[in-house]
Design a binder for this molecule. Sequence first.
Ligand code: MF3
Ligand code: CO
Ligand code: CO
Length: 265
Amino acid sequence: MLQKQRKLILNDQQRDAMRRAGRVNASLMDYIRPHITAGITTGRIDEMIAQWTLDNGHTAATLGYQNFPKSCCTSVNEVICHGIPGDEELKEGDIVNIDVTTIVDGWHGDQSETFLIGEVSEERKAVTQCAFDCMHLAIDALTPGCTVSKIGETIVPEAHRRGFSVVREYVGHGLGKQFHLDPSIPHFPNRQSRIDRLFPGMCFTVEPMINAGTRYARCDKADGWTVRTKDGRPSAQFEHTVMMTEDGPEILTQCNDGPRKGHQF
Ligand code: MF3
Ligand code: CO
Ligand code: CO
């Protein structure tokens, strides 16, 4: 148990390696952002992400991960997560989450944003705003050594207050040299998250998925990946890689051009 915990605590050199991975991943997000517009296909977005990653000498973590076929996930409207890029053309009124994960010198940076395509419905905009605000509220609530449950304790009441629900089947995660590590980071409090603690030197993601309707999800049987809301209503997500430090949480995947805390969509 303790041995397992200790491995997750990074030394100064390892922390800097994670900072680099986060910065690279954020610059990839900044690169792709202006292309997320009506008319582009999710497959084309993926090609551009794959090319940028190779051109910069890095590796896309999702490509081949448990046989996932592409270099990013693209999740449109009622898709909660793990959408596979393909022929779908983005159109005015859509919301789309782009989730990118880059391996830089062996270390992972993982983040996602939900983009509004032109004018979108009030419901789609509100669920996107809620996911963004919940991610930042949760990160801000963290203190050195706090329990993982702080995250769920912050997110669930806020989402419910706005009339939305929090996905439980998919969670955030520790990361470093591996894509998905302990501790599991649920966006709702549970027994394990009341035990697990976030000590200085630990890296993890905060990536709440917020649904407009029911929290329940269904995975596509045909492709084995695409996760949709059970009721077909929209879902939104944001994700940052975070490092706990002696001074509190540090966001490793902050973009230069992307939305910052307090942003109004
Ligand atoms: N990037 C996702 C996450 O945040 C994981 C995608 S795994 C894939 O955890 F295989 F679906 F790409
Ligand atoms: Co993640
Ligand atoms: Co991700």
